[in-house]
Ligand binder design. Structure first.
Ligand SMILES: CC(C)(COP(=O)(O)OP(=O)(O)OC[C@H]1O[C@@H](n2cnc3c(N)ncnc32)[C@H](O)[C@@H]1OP(=O)(O)O)[C@@H](O)C(=O)NCCC(=O)NCCS
Length: 187
């Protein structure tokens, strides 16, 4: 995926009931490495990466790009939510021009099961609706990733299609842009 592009960035930190969403900082580096190295987190994302390789490769301030929010609970990073542009070459599109905004989310296992991912994604989608009014957001997840599937539906994404990519069945959904016209297939 590529960067989100034309949005005012970074916004002021976004506060939800329990969380803060903000741009990444150097102090988040260990949590990023933990996420990339975790077999649990990476089950449906291509598997864990070796920690020593990550220690060398991960930049001093990881994940600093427009659309990527570190999610913080009580002052510590517990995960991240990102809005990026979906690669035109990949299957799964709702716009003839491709390059749709795509939501992604990754949380540390100890933060699962509390509704934090849903809370953070809702806030990030609300930010995007303000930054790019009316623009739909797409999401792609492995069908086997049950937690992710439940989250996608809870966030209001509806199925557009399923396809096989990376040797696994993928679910591709969309949520209509708020305040604007939904994409053709859901009108
Ligand atoms: C996908 C992922 C973010 C989902 O995390 P999650 O914590 O299950 O998602 P939610 O924030 O929606 O939380 C829902 C759970 O919190 C529970 N919960 C507890 N307190 C809650 C509250 N106050 N509000 C809402 N839900 C609450 C819900 O009952 C639900 O539990 P259940 O799944 O056991 O039924 C997480 O599994 C993850 O990071 N996976 C690895 C990365 C990944 O695969 N990403 C997908 C890429 S496409």
């Amino acid at each position: 995926m590529t960067g989100l592009g034309a949005v005012a960035w970074p916004p002021a930190p976004i506060r939800t009931e329990r969380l803060v969403l903000r741009e990444s900082e150097a102090r988040d580096r260990e949590a990023f490495i933990e996420m990339f190295a975790s077999p649990e987190v990476r089950t449906y994302l291509g598997g864990p990466r070796p920690r020593d390789e990550l220690e060398r490769a991960v930049p001093e301030v990881p994940g600093r790009r427009p659309g990527l929010f570190v999610t913080e609970l009580d002052g510590a990073m517990i995960g991240m939510v990102a809005l990026d542009r979906r690669d035109a070459e990949r299957p799964g599109h709702v716009s003839p021009d491709a390059g749709e905004a795509e939501l992604g989310y990754t949380f540390l296992p100890e933060a699962w099961g509390h509704g934090y991912a849903a809370e953070a994604c809702t806030a990030a989608l609300a930010w995007f609706a303000g930054a790019r009014p009316g623009e739909p957001v797409v999401l792609c997840t492995q069908v086997a990733n049950e937690r992710s599937m439940r989250l996608a539906v809870k966030l209001g994404f509806t199925e557009v299609e399923r396809f096989v990519e990376y040797g696994a069945e993928q679910w591709f959904g969309v949520t209509p842009g708020r305040g604007g016209r939904p994409p053709a297939h859901v009108r």
